[in-house]
Design a binder for this molecule. Structure first.
Ligand code: EPZ
Length: 420
């Protein structure tokens, strides 16, 4: 298993290009199942999670071909109604996103239950409720979800989500676009990745209004056609590099970042003493003065994203004062806390709340990555820790960040990847 050896003390400076959003790519790859004509996606990030999704798509008979640059052509013309196997689904729970397009296209689907992961139980009850609202029958058989319609396909209806689940909103959208009649999705998530999925579906011929609001209207159509769509950039990658510049007292232009996708994050970082402003290429991030402690509570978009909680905690570990960080989206997303503690951070946990008392300095140590965002928070802390830090199991990192170590080295970091 690869590991990263990092010597702290270098400022992150210069510029970095962020990639297409992983969490936009995964649902849109699944959405290719909705049409018998090819879907071409552009700006697709080269990360493990995308490769895992492509393995699942090939299992379902989709022909996936990488093109020039970061383009990907997905041809589901020969897709078959095979089941999505446990072996693949357990590796990445976003695999559940194939359930709705399989059901909408073929009238039935069998997908393994995804199971939990390091950050929580990750139930899918809202996905299944959304499909049942459109007339699907759903049963569990031997760890698999079996969903089917009674011959006349899905029927448009009102879908009311009990909480703004990103995945359940994407499931509802991908089912409704081929349902007969109008569907109304209430209390859906409003993340930019969902708006991007909707733009992709509209390019394929879907009729969708109100995306990005709490009320989405979909007019079902008989079939979707092929399309070409460019993914939005990855706001979580952008926020991660913003913290890298902030924690090292550097200055970094983040190319391709959009202020409107990072609203609450920018406000919080500015309160912590970071200067951020838009440029014609993205966002400029500078921290030259004292880092101040700021309290944060993660919330559904446009609130502070749970996917940046671990990274922000690393920043607060060296801020002056104490910061209260509440994780309200997932039930156990603090796996990075004991590892940050090994680097000298002073963090105490009380349920879903962490109290981070800023320390003068962190010290290098051997640490273990446990999940995607926890692993990057350890890298960020190591950038400013005295001495050498080894971050083990960086396969977690490679799931969602394309060439993170290489990009940070290009911005001045002292990082060595030890393969094997
Ligand atoms: C998406 O996961 C992202 N993944 C996650 O990013 C992100 O952390 C999360 O949204 C929240 O923003 C992808 O887009 C591939 P949810 P998702 O459904 O869809 C509960 C990363 O690091 N819930 O919005 O699984 C759930 O348990 C990953 O890139 C139900 O109870 O998140 C959680 O507590 C990690 N029932 C909360 O809702 C359901 O049916 C939010 O989950 C569905 C969800």
């Amino acid at each position: 298993m690869d590991r990263l050896v990092i010597r702290g003390g270098k400022r992150i400076e210069g510029s970095v290009q962020i990639c297409g959003a992983k969490n936009a790519a995964l649902p849109q790859i699944a959405a290719s199942l909705l049409s018998s004509e090819p879907l071409e996606l552009r700006n697709v990030p080269e990360v493990t999670d995308v490769n895992t999704m492509l393995s699942l798509m090939r299992e379902l008979g989709v022909v996936a071909t990488h093109g020039a640059g970061r383009s990907l052509v997905l041809d589901a013309g020969g897709a078959r109604n095979a089941q999505a196997p446990y072996e693949l689904v357990r590796r990445m729970r976003a695999s559940i996103l194939v359930l709705a397009p399989m059901l909408a296209r073929f009238g039935s689907a069998r997908v393994s239950l995804p199971g939990g992961c390091a950050i929580g139980a990750r139930p899918i009850d809202q996905h299944l409720k959304a499909l049942e609202s459109l007339g699907a029958n759903v049963e569990m058989e031997g760890g698999y979800i079996h969903a089917w319609t009674n011959g006349n396909g899905l029927r448009g209806n009102r879908i009311v989500l009990s909480s703004p689940s990103v995945g359940a909103t994407e499931t509802a959208l991908m089912a409704a676009v081929l349902a007969c009649g109008e569907s109304e999705i209430l209390n859906g998530a409003r993340d930019p990745e969902i708006s991007d999925l909707a733009r992709c579906l509209v390019a394929m011929g879907a009729l969708i209004q109100g995306v990005g609001t709490h009320r989405i209207l979909v007019q079902g159509v008989d079939a979707l056609h092929g399309a070409r769509h460019e993914l939005i950039t990855d706001r979580i990658e952008a926020g991660t590099y913003a913290v890298a510049a902030a924690i090292t007292g550097g200055h970094l232009e983040i190319l391709g970042a959009h202020l409107e996708h990072l609203g609450s994050v920018v406000a919080v970082l500015e309160s912590a003493g970071v200067q951020i402003w838009p440029t014609d290429r993205g966002l400029m991030v500078v921290r030259s003065g004292t880092l101040k402690s700021v309290d944060v509570s993660t919330e559904p978009y446009p609130g502070f994203p749970t996917d940046l909680q671990a990274q922000f905690m690393a920043l607060m570990a060296i801020a002056s004062g104490a910061s209260v960080i509440r994780e309200t989206v997932f039930e156990s997303r603090f796996m990075h806390v004991p590892e940050l503690g090994r680097l000298g951070a002073n963090i105490s946990l009380q349920g879903s709340t962490a109290l981070v008392r800023g320390v003068e300095r962190l010290h290098g140590a051997e640490v273990m990555a446990t999940d995607l965002r926890a692993s990057v928070s350890l890298v960020l802390a190591a950038l400013v820790a005295e001495g050498e830090t080894t971050v083990n199991r960086v396969y977690h990192l490679d799931r969602g960040y394309e060439s993170l170590d290489r990009k940070l080295v290009q911005c001045g970091a002292d990082i060595r990847r030890v393969v094997g």
